[in-house]
Design a protein around this ligand. Structure first.
Ligand SMILES: [Zn+2]
Ligand SMILES: [Zn+2]
Length: 187
């Protein structure tokens, strides 16, 4: 398949790489139909995220269709159209149970693994670990380009600005750094 591969600061190449394979029974493989770039990708490309090493496929947002499911996956099927969010979560550890999947302990305390610690979504196919607790089924009638905002940028602002900020309808608020992430923009 083709993928956008990081080769050190300032250097990324759209190149041919092996297709991803199921590695764990909780994985699925998704054919990526829409992806996007994040400000974080730009930090990576500047060399600001040393955990991202040479040959890593970039990207952590996708809408696509499942092409393969691991043996332990029962709630998702080949052909399902799904949203692959930036944060992966096991659904079982204390942080996931406390509704803080971005601190998933099974994933080393960091829910953001795509395009960071494992290969990401700026590719024709992506392996999605802990798929049943991580992906969302795409509702009918919404375009990929609407859904993709739910992978990272909109929920970041929503969770930080609205939930953590305890804002309610009718409140007056200031939005700082009103980029794509809006109130949650902490970059
Ligand atoms: Zn992002
Ligand atoms: Zn977890």
């Amino acid at each position: 398949m083709k993928a956008l591969v990081y080769h050190g600061p300032g250097n990324r190449v759209w190149e041919e790489v092996p297709d991803p394979q199921i590695q764990d029974p909780t994985d699925v493989i998704v054919k990526v139909e829409t992806t996007t770039i994040c400000g974080t990708d730009l930090h990576i490309l500047k060399g600001d995220v040393p955990a991202v090493t040479d040959r890593r496929i970039l990207g952590h947002e996708a809408v696509g269709t499942i092409t393969e499911v691991g043996d332990a996956v029962t709630g998702l099927s080949v052909g399902d159209r799904v949203l692959v969010p930036a944060v992966t979560n096991c659904g079982k550890c204390s942080y996931c149970k406390a509704n803080q999947p971005s601190h998933c302990q099974t994933l080393g305390g960091i829910g953001w693994v795509f395009g960071h610690l494992i290969d990401g979504t700026q590719a024709e196919y992506v392996r999605v670990p802990f798929a049943e607790t991580s992906v969302d089924r795409a509702p009918e009638g919404l375009d990929d380009e609407d859904l993709i905002f739910l992978a990272d940028s909109l929920p970041t602002g929503f969770q930080i600005g609205i939930f953590n900020g305890n804002t309610k309808p009718g409140d007056t608020m200031a939005i700082e750094g009103a980029g794509p992430v809006g109130p949650g923009d902490h970059h």
